[in-house]
Design a protein around this ligand. Structure first.
Ligand SMILES: C[S@@+](CC[C@H](N)C(=O)[O-])C[C@H]1O[C@@H](n2cnc3c(N)ncnc32)[C@H](O)[C@@H]1O
Length: 345
């Protein structure tokens, strides 16, 4: 009996060994296959350039065709190869699909290799033609947004209430503002008709209300409701072109999801902030309510908090406070505070 049990155990163990060695051979073969896919995907100049511009940004296929002056079937083919190697991933923004660089995951056996590839790609200088192509795409996005606000300035405040009534998060924002020095000079980008601009004028020494839409700036001027209105100056400008005196605080309330390049915005903000300055952002967490693109002119359907952290750190910011507030209509607000803390080299 004992012999039978022993024999059986040995047989099971043996089968187990055979199975596990077969399994590991299989896994190895699959892994080698994947390695080949990754190597092949990265063995092409155009694909490396595509990976280069997808570092912090997302582009649609037609935008990528424009940047690289390549026909759509050709671009689709290259993106497919990069996607099958796990080097790019897609994100749907309404009916449009955007490509971005895939994040490396610990569970991926090639995460080290992919990270090295990304790091090396990032050391490569971007050609002038590609830089110009990217700027052209950003300009087109900004123009679309600008003409939206020119046409719909009268409905923005109503639309804003449909998505995120400011009453739901203003108290938290005000608590955070209370902790900042009153002597600060401030830029609020895209103030619109929200009461925040008056609140900033009441508290801080100098406030610049900046908007790239003259109609929206006019709305903000009319809405300004404070005895301190002389502290506010109105400026028609786009933050990406702006180059004025540096300030201690930049505030963006429901504006980031309208910008042509939210990741680049952090670099722009860093240029305008004094070291130690504060960036305050109120925006949406990722959502799937496509109608916001059509009705409210939203370029991006909210943001993954991890992306904001990553973009901010890349531009020399340290994330500080954060607060996430769920709303009854299915949207979630994220309030984020970042300190500009560049490392001196
Ligand atoms: C949805 S409204 C937000 C208005 C207000 N902050 C609120 O919460 O009600 C977005 C505002 O940002 C402005 N805006 C969008 N992109 C901009 C840019 N690149 N530079 C300056 N202003 C911009 C728009 O013109 C608009 O006034």
């Amino acid at each position: 009996m004992l012999m039978f049990i022993l024999g059986h155990t040995i047989t099971i163990t043996f089968i187990g060994c055979t199975l596990s060695s077969k399994m590991s051979a299989l896994l190895k073969r699959e892994a080698t296959g994947d390695l080949l896919v990754v190597c092949k995907a990265s063995g092409d100049k155009l694909r490396l350039q595509i990976l280069g511009i997808l570092r912090n940004e997302s582009f649609g296929v037609t935008e990528l065709c424009q940047v690289f002056n390549v026909a759509q079937p050709n671009m689709t083919h290259h993106l497919k190869i990069l996607a099958s190697a796990g080097l790019v991933q897609t994100r749907k923004e309404g009916t449009s699909v955007f490509y971005r660089r895939a994040l490396t995951a610990d569970a991926d056996p090639f995460s080290g290799l992919k990270q090295k590839l990304y790091d090396t790609v990032d050391l490569e200088p971007v050609t002038t033609a590609v830089t110009l192509g990217v700027s052209r795409v950003h300009r087109q996005r900004a123009q679309r947004s600008q003409s939206f606000f020119a046409r719909r300035a009268d409905q923005i405040s109503e639309n804003q209430d449909l998505i995120a009534p400011i009453e739901s998060y203003l108290p938290t924002l005000c608590e955070w503002l209370e902790e900042l020095p009153r002597s600060s000079s401030v830029i609020e980008i895209g103030p619109g008709e929200s009461p925040l601009l008056s609140r900033l004028a009441d508290q801080f020494k100098r406030v610049t209300a900046m908007d790239h839409s003259i109609s929206m700036l006019q709305k903000a001027r009319v809405r300004l409701n404070t005895t301190c209105s002389r502290r506010v100056r109105f400026l028609e400008a786009d933050i990406s072109d702006f180059d004025g005196p540096m300030v201690e605080l930049i505030v963006l309330n429901m504006v980031l999801h309208h910008l042509s390049s939210p990741s680049m915005f952090f670099q722009d903000a860093a240029r305008q902030l004094k070291p130690g300055g504060t960036l305050l952002i109120a925006d949406l967490s990722p959502h799937k309510q496509d109608w916001a693109r059509e009705t409210c002119g939203d370029q991006w359907l909210g943001f993954d908090p991890v992306d904001l952290t990553h973009w901010s750190e890349d531009a020399g910011f340290t994330p500080e406070k954060q607060s996430f507030l769920g709303l009854n209509n299915g949207f979630q607000i994220q309030l984020r505070q970042f300190r500009y803390s560049p490392t001196l080299s």
